[in-house]
Design a protein around this ligand. Structure first.
Ligand SMILES: Cc1cc2nc3c(=O)[nH]c(=O)nc-3n(C[C@H](O)[C@H](O)[C@H](O)COP(=O)(O)OP(=O)(O)OC[C@H]3O[C@@H](n4cnc5c(N)ncnc54)[C@H](O)[C@@H]3O)c2cc1C
Length: 382
C-alpha cells in the first residue's frame, strides 16, 4: 500500500496545474495541490495579493480545515474580539444591541474573526516557497488537447498544464472563457453595496453599528484602529456601470445616500476621500457543474453566495478542501475527483445560498420602517 502511494506521488510530480487567482480559493487550492505533489503555478491579474475588505469568519467545519492546513494557531492568535452590535436611529440613539462578548470574557473556540489581509498573508506564507507565482498576468484562452490543456496568457506566452483551476472570483475570467457568459450564471439579488476602509476609529473599537431607512443600510465596523464603512441599497433594476470606473461607482453611492440621516453626511465625505473603495452588486453564482474537462472552479468563481452570507472567505477555503478530499478519495484521478466534488459539496452550497435569500437580505436591509424597528429591537436572532 505504501509502495503504491509512493509511485502515485512520483507520477504527480510531473503533473502541472495552473491556478487562476491568488486569493482565498486560489491560495487554498494551491496549498492542497502542492501537498499532493503537483507542480503548481498561480497566475494573478493584480501586481500582488489583492488586499482590503472586511474581516473573514472562520467557524464550524472550516475550523477543522484550517487545522489541517496548519494555520489554526496563527488564526487564533490574530483573531478579532468583536464585543457589541448596536442598532442606531437617525438621532444616534441605540434602539437595540446585541452583546457579542463581555469585557474580560474569554472568546469561545467555535468561531473566529480575522482581518482579511492577515488571513490572505497567512495563506500566501503556506505556499510561497513551493509554488510559482505569476503576477500582473491572466489567462486569455484555453484549449484542451488530449491529456493536456494549453493556456495562452495575456502577455502572449503559452504553456501546457494537466489541470486548470479557476479561482478568480465573482467575475471569473476562467468561467467566461471556458463555461460561458457571466449572465448565464449570475443571479442579481436586488442590492448594491460599497465598502470603504479608513485607518481610524469612527466608533468604539470592536463594535458594529447599523443604521437603516427602508431599502438602505449603513454599517460601521470598528476594529484594530480601522473602520469599515459599508453602504447597501436595494434596486430592483440593474444599474449600468463600468466595473473598472471607481469614480463612477463612488458617485452612485454618493447620490443614493445624499440627504440621509444619522452620520451619513460625514461618512460620505470619508467615501469621497478614501483610497480603499470596493463596489459591486450583491449576487450569487449558480452553475449546474463547477467542472468541465480539465477545468474546475473554486470559491466565488463557481458558487459565490454574496457578501450578505458573511462567509465568502470560508466558503472558498471549504471548497478547496472539498476538492482536495475528492482528489485524495480518488487517488488523483481528476475525472472521478471532479464528479465527487460536484456531488458532495453541492448540498452545502445550495443550503448557504438559499439561507441568504430567505433571511440575510431582509435582515440587513429591511424594506419598511416597521421591519427596521422590529429588527432593531429583536436583533438578528442569533
Ligand atoms: C479586494 C477585495 C476585497 C473584498 N472585500 C470583501 C468584503 O469586504 N466583504 C466581503 O464579503 N467580500 C469581499 N471580497 C470578496 C471575498 O474576498 C470573496 O467572497 C471570498 O474571499 C471568496 O474568495 P475567492 O478567492 O473565491 O475570490 P476573491 O477573494 O474575489 O479573489 C479572486 C482573485 O482572483 C483575482 N483575479 C480576478 N480576475 C483575474 C484574472 N482574470 N486572472 C487572474 N486573477 C484574477 C483577483 O485579483 C483576486 O485576487 C473582496 C474581494 C476582493 C478581491
Amino acid at each position: 500500500m505504501i509502495k503504491h502511494k509512493r509511485i502515485k506521488m512520483e507520477l504527480l510530480k510531473d503533473k502541472k496545474v495552473l491556478v487562476s487567482g491568488a486569493s482565498f480559493a486560489g491560495l487554498s487550492t494551491a496549498y492542497w495541490m502542492n501537498k499532493f505533489g503537483y507542480q503548481v503555478t498561480v497566475v494573478e491579474i493584480a501586481d500582488g495579493l489583492k488586499m482590503g475588505g472586511t474581516p473573514v469568519n472562520i467557524e464550524g467545519h472550516t475550523i477543522d480545515i484550517v487545522k489541517r492546513m496548519g494555520i489554526f494557531e496563527q488564526i487564533r492568535s490574530n483573531r478579532l474580539g468583536m464585543e457589541m452590535l448596536e442598532f442606531k436611529n437617525a438621532d444616534d440613539v441605540t434602539e437595540g444591541a446585541m452583546l457579542l462578548k463581555r469585557e474580560g470574557q474569554e472568546l469561545s473556540d467555535d468561531a473566529f474573526e480575522i482581518e482579511r489581509n492577515t488571513l490572505l498573508t497567512l495563506l500566501f506564507d503556506t505556499v510561497k516557497n513551493d509554488v510559482e507565482f505569476i503576477f500582473s498576468n491572466s489567462i486569455a484562452a484555453l484549449e484542451e488537447s488530449g491529456d493536456k490543456i494549453d493556456v495562452s496568457f495575456r502577455d502572449g506566452t503559452q504553456q501546457s498544464f494537466d489541470l486548470v483551476f479557476g479561482c478568480d472570483g465573482i467575475h471569473s475570467a476562467v468561467r467566461k472563457i471556458w463555461f460561458g457568459n457571466e449572465a448565464d450564471y449570475l443571479h442579481f439579488l436586488g442590492q448594491y453595496f460599497s465598502i470603504t476602509i479608513v485607518n481610524k476609529l469612527l466608533i468604539k473599537q470592536n463594535t458594529t453599528q447599523f443604521y437603516n431607512v427602508p431599502d438602505k443600510a449603513v454599517m460601521l465596523n470598528g476594529y484594530n484602529n480601522k473602520t469599515d464603512i459599508i453602504f447597501c441599497f436595494r434596486s430592483e433594476m440593474e444599474i449600468p456601470y463600468d466595473y473598472r470606473d471607481e469614480e463612477q461607482q463612488r458617485q452612485i453611492i454618493l447620490e443614493q445616500f445624499k440627504g440621509q440621516g444619522w452620520r451619513t453626511a460625514e461618512l460620505l465625505e470619508e467615501v469621497r476621500a478614501s483610497n480603499i473603495f470596493y463596489f459591486d452588486k450583491l449576487c450569487q453564482i449558480k452553475m449546474p457543474s463547477w467542472t468541465k474537462g480539465r477545468v474546475a472552479l473554486v470559491g466565488d468563481a463557481g458558487y459565490c453566495a454574496s457578501p450578505a452570507a458573511g462567509m465568502g472567505g470560508s466558503l472558498a477555503i471549504d471548497g478547496a478542501a472539498a476538492l482536495a478530499d475528492a482528489f485524495q478519495q480518488h487517488s488523483g484521478n481528476f475525472e472521478l475527483a471532479f464528479q465527487a466534488y460536484n456531488k458532495n459539496f453541492r448540498p452545502f452550497i445550495e443550503a448557504v445560498q438559499a439561507k441568504v435569500v430567505q433571511m440575510g437580505l431582509d435582515a440587513l436591509v429591511p424594506r419598511t420602517e416597521e421591519a427596521i424597528r422590529k429588527r432593531n429591537t429583536e436583533g438578528f436572532g442569533f
